[in-house]
Design a protein around this ligand. Structure first.
Ligand code: FES
Length: 173
């Protein structure tokens, strides 16, 4: 694959086409509330996690920006006054509102007791817009042209790797 092809495959354009942003039907709100969260391939090109927490619906790229962890299995906790999903793989914290990566910085490693404070790495996970109309829930893909780290795990190439791994025959005993 040429460099140009690879670059185009990790393009941040998450609407997956040059069409204007569209509403993509996800499901009935009551079903999402009951399930708590669900994942869906949106517009044939983006794996999105939609979750319901404390009366709010949120949507984001399904795979963690760090190393493609399955965010649908992450706990939701509050850090520094911000609701975050905690990736089940390496416990990275991602804000639900903006997709920022949060971490705890140590003020002075030699001080006792050690003091820490929360910092942001900036936006790392692509967040999508959720709209509810008469109990139907829609996602509008975030088509910001700014590259966001979670884009890396939304390519056709990456999806093909995952599918190949899933369909690999298991060794016989
Ligand atoms: S893959 Fe999510 S924290 Fe590493």
């Amino acid at each position: 694959m040429s460099t140009e092809e690879e670059t185009s495959q990790i393009s941040p354009s998450s609407s997956c086409s040059s069409l204007p942003p569209a509403f993509h039907f996800i499901g009935r709100k009551e079903d999402i509330v009951r399930a708590g969260r669900l994942t869906k391939l949106v517009n044939g090109c983006r794996d999105v996690l939609v979750l319901y927490h404390q009366g709010q619906l949120h949507a984001m790229d399904m795979r963690c920006y760090h190393s493609s962890g399955a965010l649908q299995y992450g706990d939701i906790e509050e850090f520094n006054g911000q609701l975050c999903i905690v990736c089940p793989w390496h416990k990275y914290k991602i804000t639900l509102a903006e997709g920022e990566g949060l971490y705890q910085a140590v003020d002075n490693p030699t001080a006792k007791p050690m003091r820490t404070h929360w910092c942001s790495k900036g936006v790392k996970q692509r967040i999508h817009k959720v709209t509810e109309v008469n109990g139907d829930v829609y996602v509008t893909l975030n088509d910001s042209t700014e590259t966001i780290e979670s884009d890396v795990y939304q390519t056709e190439r990456y999806r093909a790797v995952i599918l190949k791994a899933k369909t690999k025959p298991k060794p016989k005993n």
